[in-house]
Design a protein around this ligand. Structure first.
Ligand SMILES: *[C@@H]1O[C@H](CO)[C@@H](O)[C@H](O)[C@H]1NC(C)=O
Ligand SMILES: *[C@@H]1O[C@H](CO)[C@@H](O)[C@H](O)[C@H]1NC(C)=O
Ligand SMILES: *[C@@H]1O[C@H](CO)[C@@H](O)[C@H](O)[C@H]1NC(C)=O
Length: 250
């Protein structure tokens, strides 16, 4: 099972226990987290994972931020990014070598296509760009459009990228209880059929649902079938052979 979890966790420290529960349920090889609200001096760790973060603050208070956690038995390396976006990227050696990028785009920030292209040009291909874009567009399940939603739609179509989202809601507005879809998973077309995409049924303490990307062809590709010769009952087999009884009749 190779799962990758994307989640706006709305504070990593307060939801660290939830993260350990997600580890138990899904055994993810990586997490891409947004709104981690970490300071560089924070000492946060998750057993069995390496952590890579970008930090951000508003009025000297930690706010926003993105992190990637990678299971420590997965060969990986960091991708150095030159960007003012809250993004962090890691290259992972799985059945294919892929780049994961976790991004947080705050509601009031301005993005443009050039800035997004500047970021994705720095990501070794093929990549999965996952995060909270605060972008609304019916293309990925929102009821309305906003400016960010239009920019991302244009960007994805101009760059020939794909979107995993199936239209499910990813966010529950805590103030008025309305659902929307603002967390997006964008990928290179060569990765679209490799994973299934689904929204977890529990907010896990955040106002966004975790999203689980599950690798599809894993078990079939990696396991060569083999007979369990040491588990066979050879004396029974021998007796059956001698008596001419078929195994079906036993
Ligand atoms: C960070 O936490 C780890 C484990 O809880 C501890 O071993 C380490 O000393 C801490 N480091 C700092 C700088 O506080
Ligand atoms: C990408 O953006 C960074 C920071 O905003 C800038 O320093 C760099 O020159 C840009 N790269 C390109 C190719 O435009
Ligand atoms: C809930 O509040 C958000 C943010 O103020 C707003 O965009 C959205 O339209 C509201 N939804 C409903 C159903 O009132």
């Amino acid at each position: 099972m190779t799962n990758i979890i994307q989640w706006n966790c709305r504070g990593l420290k307060i939801n660290l226990l939830e993260l350990t529960l997600l580890v138990q349920s899904f055994l993810p090889i990586a997490f891409c987290l947004q709104e981690t609200h970490l300071k560089e001096s924070d000492n946060v760790s998750l057993k069995g994972y390496n952590m890579y973060s970008t930090f951000s603050k508003v009025d000297e208070r930690a706010a926003g931020g993105s992190s990637i956690f990678v299971k420590d038995n997965v060969i990986h390396s960091t991708v150095q990014l030159t960007t003012d976006l809250q993004a962090v990227a890691i290259r992972l050696s799985l059945d294919k070598t892929i780049t994961l990028c976790s991004i947080y785009i705050p509601p009031n920030s301005i993005i443009d296509k050039a800035k997004l292209k500047n970021l994705t040009d720095q990501l070794p291909s093929p990549f999965i760009l996952m995060g909270d874009f605060n972008a609304h567009n019916p293309l990925w399940g929102s009821k309305t459009h906003n400016a960010k939603g239009k920019i991302i739609e244009d960007f994805v179509s101009q760059e020939g990228l794909c979107i995993f989202n199936d239209g499910s809601n990813t966010y529950l507005h805590p103030g008025n209880g309305s659902y929307s879809s603002i967390d997006i998973t964008i990928c290179d077309p060569s990765l679209l059929l490799d994973y299934s995409w689904r929204v977890h049924d529990d907010l896990c303490g955040s106002d966004h649902f975790p999203i689980v990307l599950e690798h599809l062809f894993n078990s079939a590709q990696q396991r060569v079938p083999r007979w369990k010769l040491d588990k066979a009952d050879w004396s029974l087999f021998e007796n059956l052979c001698r008596s001419g009884t078929s195994v079906k009749d036993v």
